[in-house]
Ligand binder design. Sequence first.
Ligand SMILES: Nc1ncnc2c1ncn2[C@@H]1O[C@H](COP(=O)(O)OP(=O)(O)OP(=O)(O)O)[C@@H](O)[C@H]1O
Ligand SMILES: [Mg+2]
Length: 371
Amino acid sequence: MYFDLRPKTRLKDFYNREKELKELLRSIKEKDPLILVLGLRRYGKTSLVLTCLEEYKIPYIYLNCRLLPSLGPVSPKDLALLLTESFNKFLKRRKKYFKRIKELLERIEEISIAGFEVRVKAPKAGYQTVVKILNSINELNEHIVIVVDEAQELRRLARYRFDALLAYTYDHLPNITVVLTGSEIGLLYKLIHKEDPEAPLYGRAYHEIVLKPLTKEQSKDFLIKGFKQKGLNPPNWFINTAVKKLNGVIGWLSYLGYHTSKQRKFSQKTIEKTLQEASKIALAELERFLALRPLARKRYTTLLKEIALLEKASWSKLYKLTQAEIGKIPKPTFNQLLRKLLEANFITKENNKYKITDPVLQYALKHLTSH
Ligand SMILES: Nc1ncnc2c1ncn2[C@@H]1O[C@H](COP(=O)(O)OP(=O)(O)OP(=O)(O)O)[C@@H](O)[C@H]1O
Ligand SMILES: [Mg+2]
């Protein structure tokens, strides 16, 4: 079934992304040390990775970084706990590894094994625990994929650099392939310090897969096929409006399909509701960004709203409008605001004009009364 709100894990439920799927599979089979899967919210990153690993029965450990504390620093202990928790899920699925891993992990002082579960003794757990667990995984002598979903969260890892850990895995643990996914692409690049010659990962090649939205034709096809699976035949106006408003984001098309199939009727209202739900997620993302920058909050929201209203905005126009609204801002400060928004992928620069990257965020900002 295409219309399901969880990430897909089966090819039969998975629409279209054959090219990306093949590319990911090939890269994993070649034991590439590091793979990046990039795409905005709800573009299907998690589905792509999980479908590939599940369908081709590749052993993997799945770390969901959205489960890390959402504000403030992430401690090495938080990471160690997330890793062991994810590791336990892996062991439950693949019991055959348990005996060997038990032998390997028992050597680690801060780890205990109870039943079929690995536990870290919390006060002692830290960065070294993470390294030791990774070493043990490597020693299983089997190729294992570690998925770090929404890896940009790890940029808040306190006292240590996550990219140093990646570089260590890259250089010394040949049985591990790390797949990083991220919806905040600029932040993910920052995490791995792309293009910084001083950075631990510098000079190491990695494979990058960028998910794009579906084309108009694909979006239509996805909706029509999905409804057919549910025994429904959507009218043209419904498909056309949905495709126009939801801009090829597969997650929102699924969401619309799911709710429409439940009601078994095609209504304009469901499309609006989908757009509003999508707006909530888009605004929540923005909120997380703003929460880290309370002092510049007003500046960011003013600037974003202007870009949303203008749709395509030149630097000089934005500079003028922003100052008209909230008073004088030095140019370097203004440029810094733009740079941060570009990095977080809220805005994109094309032909010297700025625009809101995600059309849903654009819709949300336009309808935002006060913030
Ligand atoms: N290729 C696909 N075929 C069918 N449905 C898909 C496909 N990719 C994603 N979906 C659906 O879209 C929604 C979002 O997918 P998924 O969670 O994989 O995206 P994501 O990019 O990881 O999202 P998020 O940014 O929220 O983590 C889910 O409902 C999922 O079932
Ligand atoms: Mg995801």
